[in-house]
Design a protein around this ligand. Structure first.
Ligand code: PLP
Length: 418
């Protein structure tokens, strides 16, 4: 008998069952998962994770199966996760404060760094208040679902390419919603014009869309928001640290801080972990008191936030890393074009290299690791439409021209060998 089943009192449910029947039933239920996973495999959608350990001493390198390989798909856009100052900040803080905060934000989990960092983030984004969450996903999901649930009559207008965390937050609140085609201002205005001026509205969009690397029409969307009296929620995840003179994102680059809420993450350019939302004091004070994923969860360790704080200082202090990143993106794009490799030439640091075909791109990804020690993850359906599979390539500031030409050579050879 499986002891794990003993806690279930099946007879209370009105069913007298023998132990073997219980086991058989559990087995049948668990087999459903197996069947569903088999179906995923048949569709070519089964996700494979490459286990690797990054090397702080060799930036952009990781150890996979005992072998050191280069990573060309990291979201650590400026290489800060391996920056000596961030590492020192986290180690020093751990020595002083320990490895964890030991509580949720309202039960002894709010450290002085939480308070300090939230104030600095709010000021950075020209907002009244900021709230830190355990990840960018949680920041989006919890803020949106909580804000929308508080005002059930609020209508949402969401860009079709929005990230899953934004979609799930909207769905959770069961708000009335319109999905407008990606960056389609006319379609957005059509939807907005269906509602009275005083009807509460929220436009949800991103600044840099990571699958295509393209940028939103931020100012035009804010113009529409003003015209139709709508609030806006802007996910700056992929622009934080890389756009704007102090790295505060697309809003800062354009000098347009009209977005009502701005979301950002620590897990990408900051090189640490966590997420945040900045915006009006009243709304975020409400979120602070009502969002389950903010209240009923352990706060991020102070040491991790001390590393994020150091990351923020480095991002704000100088534009040098951003300029080197832009130079490397230009070198990479030029080399790809010279090699005849198909890529999307978007206005960001993200370089999607198109390799259509689920099986083909998986094969190539494996070949690049085995033959060239290059790790770049395939992006498949449902993240991108079938037939537009791609490598979402990133080139950090520390990459040398030699490494870039080796990468492009490996890609070119793998494409022609396939
Ligand atoms: N928003 C966007 C646009 C993202 O691409 C991601 C993650 O890839 C997130 C939010 C979630 O951020 P995190 O990885 O910190 O949960």
């Amino acid at each position: 008998m499986n002891s794990g089943n003993q806690s279930y009192n099946w007879s209370e449910l009105g069913e007298e069952m023998s132990a073997s029947t219980v086991e058989e039933r559990s087995c049948a239920v668990l087999n459903t998962f197996r069947d569903k996973v088999e179906e995923l495999k048949r569709q070519g959608l089964y996700r494979e994770f490459i286990a690797c350990s990054n090397l702080a001493a060799e930036r952009g390198h990781t150890v996979h199966n005992g072998r050191t390989i280069q990573v060309w798909c990291s979201n650590d856009y400026l290489g800060l996760s391996q920056h000596p100052d961030l590492i020192a900040a986290q180690i020093e803080s751990t020595k002083i404060h320990g490895t964890g905060n030991g509580g949720s934000r309202n039960i002894a989990g709010t450290s002085t760094t939480h308070v300090d960092l939230e104030q600095r983030l709010a000021a950075w984004h020209n907002k009244e208040r900021a709230l830190i969450f355990s990840s960018g996903y949680v920041a989006n999901f919890e803020s949106l679902s909580t804000i929308l649930s508080a005002i059930p009559e609020m209508v949402v207008f969401s860009d079709a390419n929005n990230h899953r965390s934004l979609i799930e937050g909207i769905v959770r609140a069961r708000s009335k919603k319109h999905i407008f085609p990606h960056n389609d201002l006319a379609a957005l205005e059509n939807f907005l014009s269906e509602y009275s001026y005083n009807c509460p509205k929220l436009i949800v969009f991103e600044s840099v869309y990571s699958m295509d690397g393209d940028v939103s029409l931020l100012s035009a969307i804010c113009d529409l928001a003003e015209k139709y009296n709508a609030l806006t929620f802007l996910d700056e995840t992929h622009a934080i640290g890389v756009k704007g003179p102090t790295g505060a994102g697309l809003s800062e680059e354009l000098g347009d801080h009209r977005a009502t809420f701005v979301q950002g993450v620590f897990g990408k350019t900051f090189g640490t972990v966590g997420g945040y939302v900045a915006g009006p004091d009243s709304a975020l004070d409400y979120v602070r008191s009502h969002a389950p994923g903010f209240i009923f969860t352990t706060a991020l360790p102070q040491a991790s936030l001390d590393a994020s704080l150091k990351g923020l200082e480095i991002i704000q202090r100088s534009d040098e890393l951003r300029q080197t990143l832009r130079t490397n993106v230009r070198i990479l794009k030029k080399a790809l074009a010279n090699a005849g490799i198909d890529f999307l030439d978007a206005d960001s640091h993200l370089v999607p290299v198109l390799v259509p075909g689920e099986e083909r791109i998986r094969r190539m990804s494996r070949h690049l690791i085995d033959e060239y020690g290059i790790y770049v993850t395939p992006v498949n359906f449902p993240s991108v439409p079938r037939g537009s599979e791609r490598f979402r390539v990133t080139v950090a500031p520390y990459r040398t021209p030699e490494q870039i030409s080796y990468f492009v050579h490996a890609l070119q050879q793998s494409l022609s060998d396939d």
